[in-house]
Design a protein around this ligand. Structure first.
Ligand code: GAL
Length: 417
């Protein structure tokens, strides 16, 4: 079904039933960069096509730090939005505090247990109950490459981290910024988790970031990974302190930078700028991560509200998100892939098709890991503790790997208490 026919049939349905009960929901999210905003617009259009009203609470700031601060003060003052983009550990924490609506009934009716992959089901459940609706699956471990820059200097994209360092050295000599990145903690976390997954491997990654094993966090392997991370300081731009993730993507598109390590929301940004992902900018596995998949699952949680009409609207929104049609339209623009199993991806770009293939392979070969940087692997306290240590270490020109490893282990331990 095309979006136009979806609109027509939804409008017909709405004419019959909705005029008397058109509802309004407020949706809080941080999808404000070019590609993200386009995806949020798809969301809004689908909702409005049902005859409803959309109150947009868009809080800018990639990674959602500011959005989470606003959400906290809204909830504490007793005026939470009806719906919010909440995921991973933050979702779990809000659910444990009793703020979120139980969605088991919608899940049963929609047979979520049949249509969703197991890891998706678990991510949106708290203590065995559904507390959010999954929107899309992002793969975090991507390397985005400007092929023209590589061709100009006769370079081949790296498949390992040592190769990446060699290439970075050559690019720097040629006056190109090898790696586009900003100084946000979460951007640095993404870079570091890509190194841990690629050089350390999935088992090491799980021991470090899921089990938070003290010995692993201070192991020789960890020292090596931290050293590698620190070496990348030489290959980022001087003004990296001010760069947002989407500005980094534009540096790549313009060719002032050659590579970016980032999740596939980059693709939304590319498409919005009429750049073809997989052709104009290549999507490759982060070095050493072919067949591995670090996932970030976007989801919408519904806050417990008293108003009956609002409650009905929440259910309608949940059902809409789970339709194949919405999943296709939204994820095509957002850069992610649908959460529903066995969805045809023929109308998606090459990178999305590759992401789906890598996901299946990773599930089969136990190479699927939750993204630490995106809050899928452990509590928000642990993630922030890791982020503090990593950014302190990275930003210090004299950063000492041994000390950083010790601090990492200690910070993780105290964040767990
Ligand atoms: C992630 C979020 C993505 C994305 C990104 C950058 O946390 O899950 O949907 O857009 O932040 O803002």
């Amino acid at each position: 079904m095309t979006f136009r026919s979806y609109l027509v049939s939804s409008l017909m349905l709405s004419l019959v039933s909705v005029s008397a009960m058109a509802s309004s929901v407020e949706v809080l999210h941080w999808w404000t960069a070019g590609g993200e905003a386009k995806a949020a617009n798809v969301f809004r259009s689908y909702w409005q096509a049902l005859g409803n009203e959309w109150q947009d609470s868009a809080i800018s700031g990639g990674g959602g730090k500011s959005a989470m601060t606003v959400l906290k003060s809204r909830a504490l003052s007793g005026t939470p939005p009806e719906a919010a983009h909440l995921k991973g550990s933050e979702l779990q924490e809000w659910a444990a505090l009793g703020f979120l609506r139980n969605l088991d009934h919608v899940a049963r009716q929609g047979e979520w247990e049949k249509v969703l992959p197991e890891f998706v089901q678990h991510s949106v459940q708290s203590k065995g109950h559904y507390v959010a609706v999954p929107v899309g699956i992002h793969r975090v471990n991507w390397l985005w490459v400007n092929p023209q820059v590589f061709a100009r200097y006769q370079l081949t994209p790296p498949e390992t981290w040592p190769q990446l360092l060699t290439i970075a050295r050559k690019l720097k000599q040629a006056g190109i910024t090898p790696l586009a990145i900003g100084d946000d903690q979460w951007q640095l976390n993404i870079l570091f988790e890509a190194i841990v997954l690629g050089e350390g491997g999935s088992d090491f990654y799980r021991r470090a970031f899921v089990q938070l094993d003290q010995t692993t966090l201070q192991s020789d392997t960890m020292l090596h990974l931290l050293e590698l991370f620190h070496q990348l300081r030489d290959y980022i731009s001087d003004d990296y302190g001010d760069i947002k993730w989407n500005q980094a993507t534009h540096m790549l598109v313009e060719g002032s930078a050659a590579m970016q390590l980032m999740g596939d929301w980059v693709k939304g940004e590319l498409t919005a700028a009429n750049v073809i992902p997989g052709k104009d900018i290549l999507c490759l596995p982060a070095p050493g991560t072919n067949g591995k998949f670090s996932y970030n699952l976007d989801s919408i949680a519904m806050f417990d509200v008293k108003d009956h009409q609002k409650q009905q609207a929440q259910l309608q929104l949940a059902n809409m998100i789970m339709t194949a049609d919405f999943q296709q339209a939204f994820n095509r623009v957002k850069g992610s892939i649908p959460v529903l199993q066995q969805q045809p991806l023929t109308s998606f770009d090459h990178c999305a098709q590759n992401s789906a293939q890598q996901l299946q392979q990773a599930i089969k070969e136990q190479q699927l890991v939750p993204s630490m940087a995106e809050g899928m692997a452990n509590s928000s306290y642990v993630r922030l503790a890791i982020g503090d240590v990593l950014s302190g270490y990275f930003n210090n020109p004299d950063g000492d790997a041994k000390l950083a490893a010790r601090q990492l282990a200690r910070a993780v331990l105290s964040a767990q208490r």
